[in-house]
Design a protein around this ligand. Structure first.
Ligand code: SF4
Length: 345
């Protein structure tokens, strides 16, 4: 493992200042020899041990007071970036109003990991593509232009949506699938405007926070070099109360999703008035499916509409040698997830 220095900071200003001094890549990466923020460390420390990322300095933000789950202006919730996944999943306001988010978080990782992992860190976790994590293989995410070993390799866990010849890695988060469906906003401080403190924030809609790995595997989010995630906001959304997260995996252990869905429906008189559908385990970013939502609105809430939505969601999917099964699996997951929302399963 590469030697690195360590600094613990207690304020946003110190954190951003340390990152500016240390440099490093855009997108929150420490790059080779730069600075990287660390909170729970549940991804970063693993990939440092593997030699995948080699920051020269870790900036420990655990003592920066980015805490609390609070009512946001205009409804919704503002979640501090350092709120642990466990705290968020069991927070009374989340359990009461955003079941889909609580279920998504609790379906991921292990209790021990959820106790450490933070809200901001969950957004920043890296793919579990085996080839990304093994430095003996070419990987465009690790070394741009070197090639993609998964393309003709063992690609069973890989993506079928948002892929390209550059990269077919799957985004690993469960929580982020629910956040995509909820139209969350990522709030960051720092950047070129030297924005620190309340009222000086950049607000990034969730759909603009990620860059699909297939589009640019080395630049998989839109964070600036010294930007710090300080909070995530989720808007008020009554249908989130009955929303569901369904995850299918190889074993009911701590496995990542082969396919998952965050599903919400607003139904009146048996007709779908509004819908949110986002997918996990099958795409190169947390995947909001507006195609599925469009196929649901105005239809009778039932099997026929749900199957049409599933077809629409997966219409652009591209399967490869070992992962083509995910296309049918994802369709069935979508149908079942929607049935769970209306209580038919
Ligand atoms: Fe690297 Fe992406 Fe290919 Fe995996 S799928 S080897 S992360 S380029």
């Amino acid at each position: 493992m590469q030697a690195f220095s360590y600094v613990a900071v207690t304020s946003e200003g110190e954190a951003i200042g340390a990152k500016r001094r240390g440099g490093g890549g855009e997108g929150g990466n420490g790059g080779r020899g730069g600075s990287a923020f660390v909170a729970g460390g549940t991804t970063l420390l693993d990939i440092m041990k593997l030699g995948v990322e080699e920051p020269g300095e870790l900036v420990d933000i655990n003592h920066v007071p980015l805490v609390g789950v609070e009512e946001a202006k205009g409804g919704g919730l503002r979640i501090g970036a350092n709120v642990r996944n466990t705290e968020l999943a069991y927070h009374p306001l989340v359990v009461e109003r955003y079941r889909v988010l609580s279920e998504a978080i609790l379906s991921g990782a292990s209790p021990q990991l959820r106790n450490m992992a933070t809200t901001g860190g969950n957004l920043m976790q890296r793919t579990r593509c085996y080839y990304y994590r093994d430095v003996s293989y070419p990987c465009n995410m690790r070394e741009p232009g070197s090639g993609c070993s998964a393309m003709e390799g063992y690609n069973r866990i890989h993506a079928v949506l948002g892929t390209s010849e550059k990269c077919i890695a799957t985004h690993p988060s469960d929580m982020c699938v629910a956040l995509a469906a909820l139209e969350a906003v990522v709030i960051v401080h720092g950047g070129a405007e030297a924005t620190i403190g309340e009222g000086a924030e950049r607000r990034i809609p969730f759909e603009e926070f990620y860059v699909a790995y297939g589009k640019d595997p080395a630049r998989w989010n839109t964070l600036g070099e010294d930007e710090l995630i300080v909070a995530v906001e989720i808007p008020a959304l009554p249908m989130a109360k009955r929303g569901r997260y369904l995850k299918v995996r190889d074993r009911a252990s701590y496995e990542f999703a082969l396919a998952s869905v965050a599903a919400m429906l607003e139904v009146e008189g048996g007709v779908v008035k509004d819908a949110r559908v986002a997918l996990g385990g099958v795409a190169t970013m947390p995947w909001r499916s507006r195609e599925a939502e469009g196929a649901l609105v105005g239809k009778q809430a039932g099997r026929e509409a749900f199957e049409a939505a599933a077809e629409a969601a997966m219409s652009g999917a591209v399967g490869r040698k070992y992962n083509a099964f995910k296309i049918e699996l994802a369709k069935r997951t979508i149908v079942r997830g929607l049935e769970m929302v209306i209580g038919n399963w």
